[in-house]
Design a protein around this ligand. Structure first.
Ligand SMILES: NC(=O)c1ccc[n+]([C@@H]2O[C@H](COP(=O)([O-])OP(=O)(O)OC[C@H]3O[C@@H](n4cnc5c(N)ncnc54)[C@H](OP(=O)(O)O)[C@@H]3O)[C@@H](O)[C@H]2O)c1
Length: 419
């Protein structure tokens, strides 16, 4: 039986979750692999987990010097994690990490170092925790041309939007997400779209070879969504979701993260609560859809263990699968084409509908659907408009023109994702 000796760096939520999961009978019963935790790097103890007689080093940088096959990096953050991973690689250790931030910012450097040192770097748990999208793209779909990867990749945003769909307002939904432990004490990374951006950057690298870090791309969070947007969604048989997209178009990648309206019948639209969902459009298998828990110690342990088993089973034949960045351009977001939903609050003036319609026509944006609410007590009217297809640049020019017009008090847009 092969033995895989591991050193774990960090002793927080995920590291202790991995320790607990590795005690499972299922793993003890593997007949070809014995995984043993030979050392732990923890600058302090964690009352939720007793590591027994496993040697503990208070300086995590001692772990890469120990006699282990794999260093499991679970400290999070970017620069210290990068330094730790590079030290371990240079010492000939394989790496497993759940850290999307360090891979997003330093993936190319880390993978190159791994190639140079003939070790593996496996990152399944860094995107959607245990939901196995990394190996799915890298291995099982390797014979396919992938035209689009899109997904709801942040559980906190999914939970908040699902709760708002049921009638809660944003702040109430966020406070429940915090209470239930879905959101971080500082949830800004979830809410502003950065967490989903890290994940789609990594998936785009796996599917298309875009660089890590990627060139700049469009990132928008969910903090401007209002309950009235859900009314529009319901009238038009749409669902309002926060979507991350990487799409191959004419040799370059369109990468973007923002709220969208989706056809209510689509598989992503039916996903509610904290779960993550990913749809992959391929040439040979068609649409592949995957959903599962995208966070938490159990789900993340599942992703980490799948990487441990993959490394353990390939130890003797050195079948390292290290991804390469290719010279793939990121498409200019101004050229992306959507139908748009415009939400406007306007003063209740005579002929207001004509004035708004003229503004759209003057900017060469066609109006497909026009919905006007009754005036409120303060003589404000809400208007919700669906446009025909238009590129992002023209939509932004129209948005600016509407913002500057004397009768508009507030205006914003949401993109409608094509099927
Ligand atoms: N939580 C999830 O659901 C989830 C899901 C997927 C992936 N991940 C990823 O998993 C990783 C770990 O997350 P977590 O939730 O376990 O975080 P956590 O509970 O905050 O644990 C982090 C651990 O790393 C230690 N640490 C941090 N910086 C350190 C440093 N500079 N030197 C030494 N030790 C350091 C911390 O020590 P102290 O306690 O002393 O600060 C703590 O033991 C992150 O990359 C995260 O993005 C998390």
């Amino acid at each position: 039986m092969k033995k895989l000796r591991i050193g774990i760096c960090g002793w927080g939520n995920i590291a202790t979750g991995l320790y607990d999961a590795l005690q499972s009978d299922l793993l003890q019963q593997l007949d070809d692999l014995n995984i043993s935790i030979d050392c732990i790097g923890a600058r302090r103890d964690n009352p939720i987990c007793d590591y027994g007689d496993i040697p503990v080093f208070r300086d995590i940088f001692d772990i890469p010097d120990q006699d282990v096959d794999v260093v499991v990096e679970l400290i999070g953050g970017v620069e210290v994690a990068r330094e730790l991973i590079l030290k371990a690689i240079n010492n000939g250790k394989h790496i497993i990490t759940a850290n999307k931030a360090v891979i997003f910012h330093h993936g190319d450097e880390i993978f190159q170092a791994a190639r140079d040192n003939e070790v593996q770097v496996l990152i399944e748990a860094s995107v959607c925790a245990g939901t196995p999208v990394v190996k799915l793209i890298k291995n099982e779909l390797a014979g396919n041309n992938i035209s689009k990867v899109s997904g709801m990749l942040n559980g906190t945003s999914n939970f908040i939007l699902s709760s708002m769909e049921e009638g809660m307002d944003f702040d109430e939904a966020l406070s429940i997400a915090k209470k239930e432990g879905y959101a971080e004490p500082d949830p800004s990374f979830d809410i502003d779209g950065m967490d989903a951006a890290h994940k789609i950057g990594i998936l785009s690298h796996l599917a298309y070879g875009s660089s890590l870090p990627p060139k700049e791309f469009y990132i928008e969070g969910i903090s401007n969504i209002s309950t009235l947007d859900f009314k529009y969604a319901s009238i038009n048989n749409l669902a309002l979701k926060h979507l991350a997209v990487a799409k191959m178009r004419e040799g370059s990648v369109e990468m973007r993260v923002h709220p969208v309206f989706l056809d209510k019948k689509s598989s992503l639209a039916s996903l509610h609560g904290v779960r993550n969902g990913i749809e992959i459009d391929t040439d040979l298998v068609g649409k592949v859809y995957l959903a599962g828990s995208g966070a938490g110690r159990e789900s993340t342990a599942s992703g980490l263990i799948s990487d441990l088993i993959a490394i353990g089973r390939s130890l003797d034949n050195n079948t390292a699968v290290i991804s390469h960045s290719l010279n793939v351009a990121i498409k200019d977001f101004d050229l992306a084409v959507f139908k748009y939903y415009f939400y406007l609050e306007v003063s209740n003036e005579p002929d207001i509908a004509n004035a708004i319609n003229s503004c759209f026509a003057d900017n060469n944006v066609s109006v497909e659907n026009f919905l006007q609410e009754d005036a409120t007590k303060d003589q404000q009217v809400v208007i919700m408009i669906t446009t025909g297809l238009v590129n992002e640049k023209n939509a932004q020019v129209l948005l600016d023109a509407l913002s500057c017009s004397s009768f508009v008090t507030s205006v914003r847009l949401i993109r409608i994702e094509a099927n």
